[in-house]
Design a binder for this molecule. Structure first.
Ligand code: SAH
Ligand code: SF4
Length: 397
């Protein structure tokens, strides 16, 4: 290797010769120390590496400019690589939403959604507690990234397209945090400067992939600098997962996909209710120590004629009063999918349901669907790559 010519050096370091499994992105400081022990790196070198991986999000070992060149070269020669996840395909919606397929650790791709917020009301899609006020039209003042935790999903919710895939596999911590890194890189976002929210509401059930999910949260909070108060995780009600979550010192806000006001209806739309019913879920949520001003979100997908009638709203009010912890309801009209036998209530019906909750003192918000035209909206993530009317931008030839 020559000592001059950055281009040559970069080529050598990224020649793609690194064996699989020597990827550094996704490892915690302790894991980096352990993985690189043959180099006997002092703690400050590990910190510099963490900074390069997660704050600067460099793509090549050569980009770790705080390291002397010979160290970068030795680490590269030993077969290590950054392994920053890369977006391989982008679908852009007319509403500004983008859906990405991101290269995974194997041939599978991971789905992630970017939802910029510009001139619309914060309460509709923003899961956070505070309100920034109106934003500049045409620009994004804050954005939400919807992150997947698995490829496919094992929970067989009848209204959700992801369920049709079944579970393909869990994602690693690096693949979960890597979705955020890839999207931040694409949009030039700096977490300390820009308002960014994360929702773990993409493909999969986070609480059925608990350890990698929580390891990713730790990386996102302590290494990438995204406050946990700006993250929300949604679960279909996996009780053992909720109980573990309750013990976590660093954790996102919690959302429960309730989607029905009583067990019989919930069983028909979410058969997992037979394993853990509504009361068991509520009891588990009670164990989560809420922070000041924190509320638990109940997500409620309105399915025409199934769970959207006035009596369902009244039951929901009673259920939330009985739960007796700070809560709010996010209503979303069902996003249709091919061959899924439900109907979407019209906006007036959604508004009436919301009004009925509000009149009885329950904070209720309506979430506007995002990116329906590109299969990016809730419940539509299904690795859809063709045959739909979508706008596609190929990132790679
Ligand atoms: N598996 C987790 C997180 C991903 S699903 C969970 O179920 O909570 C994220 C949200 O999308 C859930 O609240 C789910 O109820 C909702 N959802 C699924 N399919 C939908 C659809 N077709 N239309 C609208 N929301 C849907
Ligand atoms: Fe899985 Fe959530 Fe879809 Fe249910 S709604 S199938 S838990 S992704």
């Amino acid at each position: 290797m020559t000592s001059s010519g950055g281009e040559l050096r970069t080529t050598i370091l990224d020649a793609g010769e690194a064996p699989q499994g020597k990827r550094l992105f996704g490892l915690s400081n302790e894991q980096l120390t352990d993985t690189l022990r043959e180099f006997s790196l002092p703690p400050y070198r590990i910190r510099q590496l963490g900074d390069a991986l997660y704050r600067q999000r460099v793509r090549t070992l050569d980009g770790i400019t705080t390291w002397p060149r010979d160290l970068r070269e030795r680490v590269a020669r030993a077969g290590f690589q950054i392994g920053m996840p890369e977006i391989v395909q982008t679908f852009r919606s007319v509403d500004g939403t983008e859906r990405y397929l991101i290269a995974g650790d194997d041939a599978q791709t991971v789905e992630t959604v970017w939802m910029p917020e510009g001139d619309d009301s914060p309460q509709e899609t923003d899961f956070s507690a505070d309100d920034d006020g109106p934003a500049e039209p045409g620009a994004w003042s804050r954005a939400t990234i919807c992150v997947s935790s698995q490829i496919g999903c094992a929970v067989n919710c009848q209204f959700c397209l992801t369920a049709r895939l079944g579970i393909i596999r869990n994602l690693s911590a690096g693949e979960i945090a890597g979705q955020v890194a890839a999207v931040l890189n694409r949009h030039g976002v700096e977490p300390g400067r820009d308002r960014i929210n994360l929702v773990f509401m993409g493909m999969g059930e986070p609480f059925l992939n608990f350890d990698p999910f929580i390891a990713a949260v730790r990386l996102l909070v302590s290494e990438m600098g995204i406050p946990e108060s700006r993250m929300t995780v949604s679960t279909s009600g996996i009780v053992p997962g909720i109980l573990r979550f309750a013990q976590e010192p660093v954790r996102p806000r919690l959302a429960i996909s309730l989607n029905a006001s009583n067990n019989p209806v919930r069983e028909t739309v979410m058969p997992i209710t037979r394993k853990w019913d509504i009361d068991q879920i509520i009891d588990a949520v009670r164990k989560v120590p809420l922070r000041a001003r924190e509320r638990v979100t109940f997500e409620y997908v309105l399915l025409g004629g199934v769970n959207d009638q006035p009596q369902h709203a009244d039951q929901l009010v009673k259920l939330i009063r009985r739960a007796n912890f700070p809560a709010k309801v996010n209503l979303i009209a069902w996003n249709p999918g091919p061959d899924v036998p439900f109907t979407t209530p019209c906006p007036e019906e959604v508004a009436a349901f919301q009004q009925r909750l509000r009149e009885q003192g329950i904070p209720a918000f309506v979430r506007r669907p995002r990116g329906r035209d590109i299969y990016a909206a809730c419940g539509q993530l299904k690795k859809t790559v063709s045959s739909e009317p979508l706008v596609e931008i190929r990132e790679r030839a």
